[in-house]
Design a protein around this ligand. Structure first.
Ligand code: ADP
Ligand code: MG
Length: 347
């Protein structure tokens, strides 16, 4: 449906977007994920038509939107600060976009009621917005964005201003609402948990470029590089050099690792790589593969598992284990060769 092609954008001679391309398919919610300042909101403004790129295009199906003004694009927007009208009631807020379209009142009323039902706010129709809780205001904002039946919905960090409990609850609600609405959506966030909860697909932006564009499962299982791994919370990274390709052995400062997953693209003997040791990679059984000594720095009970922090050589790693391990002890661990990803070394 939507196709963004090769966007370039500079601010004050600083390149912000350096060839950004991605697509949104019918009914799909994608999460555009990147650090604060990486250009996410700028991409949304370009799609909305509020801002122009230096080069690159935005297409809806096969139509280039270059000369289509903002109000004719039929895209809906929802921002972090909602920008609801504080002195209007819920009904009037949701009806706002429809009134702009000069629709007859009966039709406006019908559409507002339908959409308030959708976000479970039908009973609040006459309440002043200022009297609603953060979560309720957020639902009204979503209703307002959905009311004109946009053909694409863009949400810019819509949960950013809320406290943690409410955020978690609304994340789940938004996920269901977005799926049920069947409107293609771009959800912008810098929060990986939100992205994993809400996105059918993740589009990861760093340094002006899309680093990875894949399902949440794929991103988690095979992060494209060390930046992606760190960004999604996989932080057990270790530099190495490919010592042998068959069998695959990688030398590191901790020792030699036997690896049973694939090589990064184009990697060959003697190349530098980054090893990602997955959180479930260790066990305490004796093994003739990847056995190392580790110093237990910390051990935190998580409910059904423990997160153990280990020091090996002068590096620290975190793993999930099924039993508590005494802090301060020296233990022997083995690292599953199937639970190691090899990533491209950073240049
Ligand atoms: P994000 O939404 O990922 O946090 P933004 O797209 O808001 O990132 O902004 C990215 C960078 O571009 C920021 O460092 C910001 O200062 C800069 N920027 C955004 N809009 C403008 C503008 N109109 N003029 C100058 N610099 C801007
Ligand atoms: Mg932003």
């Amino acid at each position: 449906m939507l196709s963004v092609k090769n966007l370039y954008k500079k601010y004050e001679n600083q390149p912000l977007l350096r060839g950004v391309s991605f697509e949104v398919q019918k009914g799909e919610t994608i999460c555009l994920l990147g650090r604060s300042g990486s250009g996410k909101s700028t991409i949304l403004r370009i799609i909305a038509g509020i801002e122009a790129p230096e080069s690159g295009d935005v297409f809806w199906t096969n139509q280039n939107l270059k000369d289509i003004p903002v109000h004719k694009r039929k895209f809906g927007f929802m921002f972090q600060d909602y920008a609801l009208f504080p002195h209007k009631n819920v009904f009037e807020n949701v009806a706002f976009g429809l009134k702009m379209q000069n629709l007859p009142f009966d039709l406006i009323e019908e559409k507002v009621i339908t959409v308030l039902n959708k976000v479970k706010m039908q009973e609040f129709s006459h309440r002043q917005v200022a009297d609603l809780s953060g979560g309720e205001q957020q639902r009204v904002a979503l209703a307002r964005a959905l009311a004109p039946e946009p053909r694409l919905l863009m949400l810019d960090e819509p949960l950013g201003a809320l406290d943690r409990n409410l955020r978690e609850q609304l994340m789940g609600e938004l996920r269901l609402l977005l799926h049920a609405s069947n409107i293609p959506a771009i959800y912008v966030t810098h929060d990986q948990e939100e992205a994993f909860t809400i996105g059918d697909r993740l589009v990861l932006l760093n340094d002006g470029q899309i680093i990875q564009n894949a399902s949440p499962e794929d991103v988690y299982q095979t992060p494209k590089n060390a930046w992606v791994a760190k960004f999604i919370g996989l932080s057990n990274l270790l530099e190495g050099v490919i010592q042998s390709t068959q069998p695959l052995i990688v030398t590191t400062k901790i020792g030699d690792f036997s690896v049973q997953t694939g090589l990064p693209k184009n990697a060959k003997l003697a190349d530098p790589v980054i090893l990602l040791l997955r959180p479930d990679a260790i066990n305490m059984k004796d093994s003739n593969l990847n056995q190392f000594q580790a110093h237990v720095l910390d051990d935190v009970f998580l409910g059904n598992q423990w997160r153990v922090k280990l020091q090996m050589s002068d590096l620290e790693f975190s793993f999930l284990v099924d039993e508590p391990i005494p802090i301060g002890s020296i233990i022997k661990i083995s690292i599953d060769p199937k639970q190691i990803n090899l990533l491209q070394a950073e240049k």
